[in-house]
Every structure is written in structure tokens, then in C-alpha cells.
Design a protein around this ligand. Structure first.
Ligand code: ADP
Ligand code: MG
Length: 734
């Protein structure tokens, strides 16, 4: 079926063809299916909006249509059934609702900076109220010694509690204005508030809109999925999420909408995967031959871990299945992913195919080239390294040898994907440290062979399961969940500048024992100049405290030429220098087994996965290794938690979870570029259960209706088409 549509893997052709035979590539606005005219109505036509407010809504919230407004969900609800006493008010409360009386109202301040101060009291105490705007209206309309309901956010000011711009509602009028006891709160901006578009008035607009919601609104989830997951219907959910009748119905509505969001992400990924496996016949690796066997029997430097064996088996099965493999390999730093990749390349060679491995930095590519050259010794396979700095005749020779298959394994950086790099017979592609590569670059790799090669994507550090599922749900998944034996966990401690002497003493001791040391400085783009200064100052200080000829110090940073960087790395590797001062250029992959101490300066400025990566540079040899996280004496709460996590565990999977909890998925390494997590309501961290449920549902649906051609699923297909078109399904290629 898919083949009959004749999908081309070209950006627009692909996405418009996916829209189906009848559509001439027109964008569907079909979030809600049939009644889309209603949802696409311009927001200015809503009663109470008009051209001026419409402008603000567009500018401030990106609300252009009825649909945009309906999908502008409350960020929280306030239980207006709950009342407190004045005495209970504290600045920690997000909101408070109190019944009491206004005891006084006084205008204070200078001419142009006048403000109004009120004293609101009940039998337990008093709260100060302050207004800076609308003073004239307030001072004439507010009544003293009359029962009010006060609502607002308590703050602490000079040791007393006050509320700025509270809501006051006469008890006698209560419930006539409130639609629900659970009051939804909406994001608004200062500008909006200035034009009377606060949370409450948005709520009012929504009420006017939802009353008009067409009764025939078509459902966007399949009936069976609604039934099995006991989901609220779409129409009810959209109403209840803005005007919940109870906490239960609000929760059910929220669940339904989150489910739908996550469901369509999964459906999209799985649908694309189906198309891919149907469209691309895989290169067949039907046997294991001499290279693999000779290596396995005679040259394997150590026993493979069970996890490594399992993953090799999984890859072998894939490549022998006739399907094109797209696999994500997760494994902690140092778990031995490179060896697995290498053995798969041997498998490709045994079947007459070339392979390549692409690394994000030159340093790492160099290292891979060295490692792999050593591993192939005795096999008679030719390995070459191609990076941006390989030029002239050397480059020419490599390109020729690639084209005539003299070279079996090519190691390199982005340079590999340039058009001039032509393989004779590329069968297996490894992408190391996946997140550093852009989507388009990965796509190019696909075109390096007539028949699409198998692709193995390896992550730098683990990603939590549900996040991986959301980001890479269209890939098959393997995990190395076991470290090579005999590794001593790196001991991690937190120190600050007052411990500097002691830390230096420790380093000297380690160097005396023949060990080597990394000292890493942050280098973050916004303040690059200052950071470089820090790094250089650090370098000078270290050189002063560790003078030659007893000590030798190397320095490597991003501003250096590749050649110089490489030279310094080589010096360190050859043990000509004992201390390596560096920025995060050494973060990824560098392997110097003799290095046993990693000192991270300004550790508070690094993210968790970066810290974990850096720490992974030590502990690669037999010796006990150490990681010292240096910070200033005062650090923020979140930074403290990151550092504590680092000191507590060496497990990359645990750290990945903690990172997700601390920062949220939007910031987790690798997700920023993807734009995949543009979720309105669902949260990958908090809604892991829904991620799993929705994936199961999407799988089940595609099992019974893989092409979504069943008329019952027409609205699902329509919505999926829309999503594919909008996001250019393109985004997930490898
Ligand atoms: P990563 O998964 O971080 O890329 P590497 O592939 O660089 O890890 O492996 C880290 C180190 O562990 C390398 O020095 C490698 O030679 C070694 N190694 C890999 N597999 C094993 C094994 N099964 N037993 C012992 N050491 C191993
Ligand atoms: Mg690696």
C-alpha cells in the first residue's frame, strides 16, 4: 500500500503524498475534523474580543483562532471552595481566600506615585492590601465594614503579610460571577492585564466560545481507544478543562487531552516507522564470516559483557532480516559501545559492505580511528580517517579508495556527509554521540548508498526510557545495561575554593604515583570571552603551582586549531604532560586510561549529563579514580542538587532520570534541537505512565489498521496527516 503511493524521501513530496491521494498538498486544518470552520474562525469575531484585543492576543499568546484560544489551557486551578483565616496567611501559599471585612482604606504616597492601602481583617487577624492602579474607582466603590471574600497571592513585606491587587467580592454577590468552584488560571502578560485581559477575562471569553462549541464535534481518538482507556470524549474534555464541575472531571479532562497529545506523537513515530520498513528493503547481511570470527576468536582484547553480546545479537538479527535497521543504542559512558559498533562493522565487511562511523568532534574521530585501527590489526582491513583537516592529496587518495572499496571502514566527522564522499558499497553507518548531529545531516547519510544502509545511533549518555520513547520512538532500541567487569566506581566529592590547597596536594600525590589529571573549565557561548579568560587565568595559576620541569601542563580549548588540539592531546596521551587543562572539548569520548582525576571547575555551571560525561573520562583504567567538583562557597539549590546527585551515584540511567526531574524534558540534552517536545499540557517527566499507555494504544491501532484507511479512523488519519505535514515527518530520519 505504501509503496503504491510511491513515497519519495524528499521533504515536501513525501509529506504531501502522505496527505493521501485526493489532496493536492493542501494543508488540512483538521485538529477537530469536520467542524474545522468553527475552529478556524478568526479570534476577532468572538464576542468581547474585537480588533484591538485580537492584536494583543495574537502578539502576546499567539492566539489567532477559536481553536488557539480553546487550546490555551489553564496552568492551574484554584479551589474556591476552600477558605482560610487571616492568621493562616503565609508567603508560601500560592493563593489565599479569606472571608472578612475591610477595616480601613487610605491613600498614600506622592503625587504621581499614589497607592491605596487597605486593612482586611477577620476574627483571627489582619492582612494589608495594596493597590497601585485604579485608585479612584476603588476608593469610591469599596465598602468598609462589609463582608467580603478576599482572594489573592500573599507576600511577605517587612515581616508582615500583604496582598497586592487582590480580588474582593461582596459576599452578597458571591457565586453570581463565579462559574465554577475550581477557578482556572491562565497565563497572561503584563501588557494583557493593562488592557483588561487578565486570567478572569480570558475565562469569560472562553465561556462565550465554549457555549458555541458545535454539538456535532467529531472525536479525534478512535472509539476503541476511548473505551479501553476510559477517556472522556473530546467535546466534554474541552469544556471541562476550562470549566470543571469537580476536581475529578478536571483530572479526567486533563488526562484525556494529555493522552491525545502523547498518542499522536507515538502514532506519528510508529506510522513513519511502518512506512520506512515497508519502503526500504534492508541490505541483507546473511552470514557471519572470516573477519568477525577471526576477531572474535583471536583478537578480542577482553570478554564481551553479556549486554554487549545481547546487543550484537539484536543488531545481527535486524541486519539479517531483510529490513533496514534503524537502531538506537543506549549505554552509559564507558559501557563499551564502540566495540559493539566495531564488531557490527566486521559483520558488514564479511558481507562485502563498507561501513563508516561518524563522531561529533575531531578529537573523538581521531580516537575512534586509532582504536579501530588497532582492533583491525591482523584482519587486513583498511581503515581511514576523514575530517575537515584532511586535505589535498591525502584527501584525494582517501576519496578514491572509498569509491573503489579499498577502504572498508571510514572514520570521521561531519566531513563524511559531504557530497564528494562517495562509497562504493556503504552498508552500515554508526552515528556516535547522536545528539550533536542535526537532522538534515543524518538524512544525508541515507543517500550515500543506492540501498539505504543500516543505521546505528549511539547516545553519549543515557536518556530516560519515556523520553527516549518520545524522541526516538520510531527507532528500535538496544541498551547496554552492564559495565565491563573490574571497573572501580569513580569516587566523587564536592569541594570549594577554600579547599584549593588540599586539592592541589592531592593532585601532586596522584602525579607522583604516575597518574594524570584533567582540570576542566566551563565554556558557555554567551560569555565565551570571559570564560576564555578564566581558562587562561586557571592555566597560568596551575603552571605557577605546578612548575616545570617536575610538572608539565597541557591546554586544549575550542578556539585552538584542530592540529594544535590534537598535538596537545597526543602529548597527554603519551604521558609527556601530567595535567590537562581543558574546556568541554574533551567531554565526549576521549580515552586516556592513565588519567585518574577529573577536576571540574565551576561545576555548578554544568548540567548533570555534562558532568556525568566529563566524569566518564576517568575510571577507564585499573586504578581508583576521583572526580572533584569545585564550586564557589555559595551555590543555588538546583546546582546543589545536581552536585549531590553526582556524589551519590555513578549510574548514568539514574542521573538521566534525575536530570529529567530537575530540568524538565525541554532542557534535557538532545531534546532542544528536536522541537519534538512542543507539548501543551503533557509533561514527559510527570506523565510517564500516559506515555506508555498512549504508545501501547498507538501500537494496537496500527496493528489492526496499519494504513489507517478504515473509514472509522478517518478523523485519526486526517489529524495525523495534519501533524505530519506541519512538522515535516522529516524530523525523524535515523
Ligand atoms: P562508550 O560506551 O562510552 O563509548 P567505550 O566504547 O569507549 O565506551 O569503552 C570504554 C572502555 O572500555 C574502552 O577502553 C574499551 O576498550 C573498554 N571495554 C569495552 N568493552 C569491554 C569489555 N567487555 N571488557 C573490558 N573492557 C571493555
Ligand atoms: Mg563512546
Amino acid at each position: 500500500m505504501f509503496r503504491s503511493i510511491g513515497i519519495q524521501y524528499e521533504r515536501y513530496v513525501y509529506s504531501s503524498l502522505l496527505l493521501g491521494k485526493d489532496s493536492p498538498g493542501k494543508v488540512y486544518f483538521c485538529l477537530i475534523g469536520m467542524k474545522n470552520e468553527f475552529f478556524q474562525t478568526k479570534i476577532e469575531f468572538l464576542k468581547g474580543v474585537g480588533p484591538q484585543r485580537a492584536e494583543i492576543l495574537k502578539k502576546e499568546l499567539g492566539i489567532f483562532t477559536y481553536e488557539d484560544l480553546i487550546y490555551h489551557f489553564p496552568y492551574r486551578y484554584v479551589d474556591r471552595t476552600k477558605f482560610y483565616k487571616c492568621r493562616e496567611a503565609s508567603a508560601e501559599m500560592p493563593f489565599i481566600q479569606v472571608r472578612g471585612q475591610l477595616k480601613s482604606l487610605i491613600t498614600k504616597g506622592e503625587k504621581h506615585k499614589k497607592y491605596l492601602v487597605g486593612r482586611f481583617a477577620d476574627e483571627t487577624g489582619a492582612i494589608e492590601l495594596k493597590w497601585f492602579k485604579g485608585l479612584r474607582f476603588l476608593s469610591t466603590s469599596l465598602k468598609l465594614n462589609t463582608e467580603y471574600i478576599l482572594f489573592g497571592k500573599p507576600n511577605e513585606f517587612n515581616g508582615a503579610i500583604n496582598i497586592i491587587h487582590p480580588e474582593l467580592e461582596l459576599v452578597s454577590e458571591q457565586n453570581t460571577t463565579l462559574a465554577t468552584s475550581l477557578q482556572p488560571l491562565y497565563n497572561t502578560s503584563e501588557k494583557m492585564k493593562g488592557r483588561g485581559l487578565d486570567s478572569r477575562s480570558l475565562n469569560r471569553l472562553l465561556k462565550a466560545l465554549l457555549i458555541q462549541l458545535p454539538a456535532s464535534l467529531s472525536e479525534t481518538l478512535p472509539k476503541e481507544i476511548i473505551r479501553e482507556n476510559k477517556l472522556m470524549g473530546l467535546r466534554e474534555a474541552l469544556t471541562q478543562i476550562h470549566f470543571p464541575e469537580s476536581i475529578e472531571s478536571q483530572l479526567k479532562a486533563t488526562f484525556r487531552i494529555k493522552f491525545e497529545e502523547l498518542f499522536y506523537i507515538q502514532l506519528k513515530l510508529l506510522f513513519l516507522k511502518l512506512i520506512r520498513t515497508d519502503k526500504y528493503k534492508g541490505i541483507l547481511f546473511d552470514h557471519i564470516g572470516e573477519n568477525f570470527n577471526t576477531f572474535y576468536n583471536n583478537h578480542l582484547p577482553f570478554q564481551l559483557t553479556n549486554a554487549q553480546k545481547r546487543v550484537i545479537r539484536e543488531i545481527r538479527e535486524d541486519c539479517g532480516s531483510g529490513k533496514q535497521m534503524n537502531r538506537l543504542l543506549q549505554g552509559d559512558v564507558g559501557s563499551g559501545k564502540t566495540l559493539v559498533a566495531f564488531m557490527c562493522m566486521l559483520m558488514a565487511a564479511d558481507n562485502g559492505f563498507q561501513s563508516c562511523i561518524m563522531a561529533p568532534t575531531e578529537i573523538l574521530a581521531n580516537q575512534h580511528a586509532e582504536t579501530i585501527s588497532k582492533l583491525v590489526e591482523g584482519l587486513g582491513l583498511k581503515v581511514a580517517l576523514l575530517t575537515g583537516s584532511v586535505k589535498g592529496s591525502k584527501r584525494k587518495v582517501i576519496l578514491e579508495d572509498l569509491a573503489n572499496q579499498q577502504i572498508t571502514i571510514l572514520v570521521g566527522t561531519h566531513a563524511l556527509i559531504e557530497d564528494e564522499v562517495q562509497f562504493k558499497n556503504l552498508g552500515f553507518v554508526v552515528i556516535d554521540e547522536q545528539h550533536r548531529f542535526g537532522v538534515e545531516q543524518r538524512a544525508k547519510i541515507w543517500k550515500k548508498n543506492k540501498q539505504v544502509p543500516h543505521v546505528l545511533v549511539m547516545t553519549a549518555t543515557p536518556i530516560p526510557r519515556t523520553l527516549a520513547m518520545t524522541l526516538y520512538g520510531d527507532l528500535d532500541y538496544s541498551v547496554i545495561d552492564e559495565m565491563p567487569p573490574g571497573r572501580k566506581p569513580v569516587q566523587t566529592v564536592h569541594r570549594n575554593d577554600t579547599n584549593r590547597l588540599q586539592v592541589w596536594g592531592f593532585i601532586k600525590e596522584q602525579i607522583k604515583q604516575g597518574r594524570q589529571i584533567y582540570i576542566v573549565y566551563p565554556l558557555i557561548e554567551e560569555s565565551e570571552k570571559m570564560d576564555l579568560k578564566n581558562l587562561e587565568a586557571g592555566y597560568e595559576a596551575v603552571c605557577r603551582d605546578f612548575p616545570a620541569p617536575e610538572f608539565r601542563v597541557s591546554i586544549v580549548h575550542g578556539r585552538m586549531k584542530a592540529k594544535d588540539k590534537d598535538m596537545e592531546m597526543q602529548r597527554f596521551l603519551r604521558k609527556e604532560t601530567q595535567i590537562m587543562i581543558a574546556t568541554t572539548v574533551i567531554e565526549v569520548g576521549v580515552n586516556v586510561p592513565n588519567a585518574s582525576v577529573m577536576i571540574i571547575e565551576n561545576a555548578e555551571r554544568f548540567g548533570l549529563s555534562q558532568l556525568h560525561q566529563l566524569r566518564g573520562r576517568v575510571g577507564r583504567g585499573a586504578d581508583q579514580s576521583y572526580c572533584i567538583l569545585m564550586t564557589g562557597a555559595k551555590i543555588g539549590n538546583e546546582a546543589r542538587q545536581r552536585i549531590r546527585t553526582m556524589c551519590d551515584t555513578n549510574d548514568g540511567f539514574v542521573i538521566a532520570e534525575a536530570d529529567l526531574q530537575l530540568r524538565g524534558p525541554g532542557d534535557t540534552e538532545g531534546t532542544r534541537q528536536s522541537g519534538m517536545l512542543d507539548l501543551k499540557l503533557a509533561n514527559i517527566t510527570k506523565d510517564q505512565q500516559i506515555v506508555l499507555l498512549s504508545r501501547d494504544s498507538a501500537l494496537a491501532l496500527l496493528k489492526i489498521d496499519p494504513t489507517l484507511d478504515n473509514p472509522e479512523h478517518a478523523s485519526v488519519r486526517l489529524k495525523l496527516n495534519h501533524i505530519l505535514h506541519k512538522t515535516g515527518n522529516w524530523s525523524r530520519i535515523s
